[in-house]
Design a protein around this ligand. Structure first.
Ligand code: SAM
Ligand code: SF4
Ligand code: SF4
Length: 338
């Protein structure tokens, strides 16, 4: 398929697409969907507002024709959407798409891992913030213990999926779990990615002093392990990686707060209701769903995506200050995925 290369105002190409397939979740992680806000009366998107799989496939094809090589499926909890292997299969047939990944809390993986792999999924990122049942239950807001996630990890490995573990670290909450999580992942040959707690959305009450920075985590780890830096695999690789010396196991850091990486950010995001966001910290998206449902042709859709990307100048993390944090309206993480 002939590809048009699209660049934004800061010369960044469009390479990645994250697709949120659902805004609902079976967890209420306090840093993402706090239970006090996302309670029984919370108005989630009605089904008619969600993009159908055919609509997602069509938009994905348009994005791939503009240079997107990787798609990550996310949510909310993507495995709560019915028949995800069907969507994976549809996407894996898109010519020119090199990679499909999925980010999940892992609980539903024992049920779906094998079918997802057979449908063409390559990799999963599984979120796990603690190995302590009580603490993990408190973080996920649903009192779910660690075991269901560990079973999900096992199921993914057995199915032959690549597995990475995501751990968001919040000061005073789970920083005590940095070393146990590192040990668990190292012993099990799993790449752990420590994620700095971010000021996404406006419901999690984020404060700068609750962020545990990469440097702080690294300093804790280096008292226990010998780490050597690993070169990035490709332009725009988000995680800064190290290897436990003498092993082939990596550990990575997503340093969105302490060392921003906007200059190489090639990611676009499609919300569950078909809006494009060009930055995780946008307040509003560009609606493609209505445009498509009103009969836009593929050419009109790609022209619209090109115009949106050409006009992009987002670099929120580069510019983050107390003032931007307080004044900016931002979309919730569960709406556009991580
Ligand atoms: N439900 C799936 C999961 O938890 O893996 C996918 C969606 S979740 C929004 C994607 C990733 O974003 C997860 O790894 C989660 O831990 C991370 N995340 C959510 N809120 C965050 C925040 N405020 N700061 C940093 N990472 C966050
Ligand atoms: Fe759900 Fe994932 Fe958000 Fe946790 S981080 S509440 S699992 S969407
Ligand atoms: Fe990309 Fe926005 Fe994050 Fe910067 S702040 S890396 S532009 S998503």
């Amino acid at each position: 398929m002939a590809k048009t290369i699209v660049k934004d105002k800061l010369n960044r190409p469009l390479r990645d697409l994250r697709i949120s397939v659902i805004d609902r979740c079976n967890f209420r992680c306090q840093y993402c969907m706090p239970a006090e806000i996302f309670g029984p009366d919370f108005a989630f998107l009605p089904k008619s507002e969600l993009l159908s799989y055919e609509e997602i496939e069509r938009l994905a094809k348009n994005f791939v024709s503009l240079g997107v090589e990787k798609i990550r499926l996310t949510g909310g909890e993507p495995l709560m959407r019915k028949d995800m292997p069907k969507l994976v299969k549809m996407l894996s047939n898109i010519e020119g798409l090199k990679d499909i990944g999925l980010t999940t809390n892992g609980v539903l993986l024992p049920k779906h891992a094998k079918d997802l792999k057979e449908a063409g999924l390559k990799r999963v990122n599984i979120s796990l913030d603690s190995l302590d049942d009580e603490l993990f239950g408190k973080i996920n807001g649903r009192n779910v213990g660690v075991k269901p996630v560990l079973k999900g990890i096992e199921a993914a490995k057995e199915a032959g999926l690549g597995v990475k573990i995501n751990m968001v670290v919040k000061k005073g909450l789970n920083d005590s779990e940095i070393v146990p999580m590192a040990k668990f992942c190292k012993d099990n040959g799993l790449q752990l990615r420590f994620i700095e707690y971010m000021d996404v959305g406006s419901t999690n009450g984020w404060k700068m002093d609750e962020v545990v920075t990469k440097k702080e985590i690294y300093d804790i780890l280096k008292d226990h392990y010998l780490l050597e830096p690993v070169d990035p695999d490709y332009f725009g690789e988000v995680a800064k990686r190290y290897r436990y010396k003498g092993t082939d196991v990596d550990v990575g850091f997503i340093t969105s707060v302490s060392e921003s990486f906007c200059s190489s950010c090639t990611r676009s995001r499609l919300s569950a209701n078909g809006q494009i966001f060009t930055c995780l910290f946008n307040g509003e998206g560009h609606d493609l769903k209505e445009f498509m449902r009103k009969g836009a042709t593929d050419k009109e859709i790609t022209d619209r995506i090109i115009a949106i990307w050409n006009g992009r100048e987002d670099r929120y993390s580069d510019e983050r200050t107390e003032q931007t944090i307080a004044s900016r309206k931002k979309i919730e993480m569960s709406y556009i995925g991580g």
